[in-house]
Write a protein that binds this ligand. Sequence first.
Ligand SMILES: Cc1cc2nc3c(=O)[nH]c(=O)nc-3n(C[C@H](O)[C@H](O)[C@H](O)COP(=O)(O)O)c2cc1C
Length: 328
Amino acid sequence: MPILKALGDRRSIRYFDPDRTVEDWKIETMLQAARFASCQGNINATEAIVVRKETCEVWDELEECVSGFNVQLMNQSSHLILWLTNLNAWYGRAVDGISSVALSAAVSKYHGWNYEFSMTQTIPRLMSFPTERTEILLRFESGQAAANAIAAGVGLGLGNILVAFGRKPGGVEKVFGLPPHYRFTWGHAVGYPLENPDAGGQRPRLKFEKLFHDNAFGTPLKSDPATEAMLREKGLIQEQAPLPGRIEDITAIAERFGRDPGMLYFPAREVKRLLADEDWDFGPNLRAHAEHVLATQDLPDYPDEMRETFRKLMDEHGIDAAKFLPAE
Ligand SMILES: Cc1cc2nc3c(=O)[nH]c(=O)nc-3n(C[C@H](O)[C@H](O)[C@H](O)COP(=O)(O)O)c2cc1C
């Protein structure tokens, strides 16, 4: 599958076929894609524990760690990939990592590399970073590795989702007895989609020019209509959710597994405010669905007791909460 199509096809899949096990070679392909993701100084800090639902002895313990909204999807997935970041790679593999890049003729004196300077200045300076800083740097590259694995998995027809393990902080580390210099960076469920693999269309994002800046911060970088048309043709940009049949698809799955078939809804005022927000790139499918929801559903009220909490939380970050809070 061409890379642009695989990236466009990617969705967070939340309904897996519990009766299908992902083949070993596909899991390996994903991990090989992760292994070849770029990593700073070639230090190979990203590792993963592959957990197979069929044979894992600690599945139940892991289930206790996963956030509540991830339990169902985890239990219907085939494998979990638990992405780990080895902080000691930064301190213990910097010399060999850079030496390996040098031996592979990737870097040279052309770029200003020099053995003496590397050993007396560059590498010791990097190795002097506190672990908190190293952690931020290395988790970024673990994210790159996971993204590579996901793209490869999509190319092989697999469903993927990143899953938070927020119910028991430190729980995964304990289940596997991870050494203290390892971070459990993120969980990742893999399986064959039970929902339509298009997951009912591409999920909305903010507008391109709201995210990207042109030469200067605050100057919107414009999307070129010709490029966008080409990307639609190649499959990177796809029809926005929800596609016709989506609600029926997931309702049928909920009924089959005895789960609540209902959807998550926000108050009417909140939905209308969001639809009117210029920053979001909402297409006709989502707008039509929103209008249908507004017209037909019994929508909840804003929980007034949360007003103060949200005001305070936004205030702490210097965000004007006015537009987010209903008039009193
Ligand atoms: C780091 C990360 C963690 C995520 N954790 C969860 C999660 O715990 N549960 C979940 O249902 N979705 C999770 N997601 C998926 C996002 O909610 C999802 O990406 C978003 O809804 C956009 O949908 P899309 O991925 O299909 O484009 C996570 C995504 C990322 C990047």
